[in-house]
Design a protein around this ligand. Sequence first.
Ligand code: PLP
Length: 374
Amino acid sequence: MALPAAVRVNARPYLHGSEADAFVEALNQGQYGHGPITEAFEREVAAYLHVPDVVAVESGTAALHLALLAAGIGDGDEVVVPSLTFAASIQAIVAAGARPRFAEIDPDTLCLSGSSVLEALTPNTRAVMPVLYGGRAVDLAAAAPVLAERGIVVIEDAAQAFGSWHGDRKVGAHAEHGTLTCFSFGPIKNLTCGQGGAVVPRSPQEADKVRLLRMLGIGQSQADRIRSTTYGVDSFGLRYPMSALNAAIGRAQLARFDQIEVARPQLWRTYRDALAGIDGVVLVDVDIERTVPFNCVVRVPHRDQVFADLQAQGIGVGVHYPPNHLQSAFAPWHRPLPVTEQTAAEILSLPFHPEMTERDVRAVVDLLRAAVTR
Ligand SMILES: *Cc1c(COP(=O)(O)O)cnc(C)c1O
């Protein structure tokens, strides 16, 4: 029996169809850098999250880098971060001149917990970067009083969590608790701009700072700059703008995001039901009532064998992620993390994207069942 095409890839962008026209229109307007379309996207994302302001940038990695810099994190500062994340989280910390302090995860959520954060604190800790693995919000309430007392800032890597809820507000709408949130709009994220990211600043001053850092330290608007014989470079800055072309794609995606808010949780629930009762396979919970899930992750016995078996049959399984504290680039900050190492050896990401049907899910689960019992 031929495998359905949709199960051959682990993840892929989902297009509604309206993106192409929006993209061509932006292309014909001829202004490809940061521009009015980018600013419209910023306002629309802010309105969606019910926050005063959002700063759009080139990628999720750029968002993390700029959020760290805007929060004053730099040389010698330690940032508590889970090892089980995309390498981007760690590289952003290193790019800011700071040091990653790897922390354990809660094996049930694959995220930091209040107690794992408290355990990892040192006198040099200046920030904590929870990663919203799979899209679920991370609850650090147990550590919050200590973090507040010590002035430790929380910079969320919410690259996978656009659209999810934290309590009664969207992820990203918790600035008054001192949380800076970073999103990615990369190719396979819940909402894609092709490439892109955003920072949700905590104050108008912080928004200005991120905007300055994003555009080479040049404070003037693009419109003012082109009508002037000069421009002022006011501070250190990088070149991380979001292109109008990417923003145009994002605007089209956001206008139909209500469909994704339904489709992704529905797909995850379909997997949950199909996986029920398979011996040895444990679904990693994502708090589905509040989450727009980014992926569907299971724990399986003899994972490498199951992975190879499913790959050989054409199923697009993946592993997210090989732990960063074991990467050679991050060797200076290595410390033993037994829970993370055990977890990382067991996890398997199943094909997960909104084009998948119930039949696709059944095809994956049938082969998974066979692979774990082989
Ligand atoms: C995708 C991702 C990033 C990086 O975002 P880019 O837009 O690809 O730069 C960072 N952290 C996590 C957890 C991610 O999934």
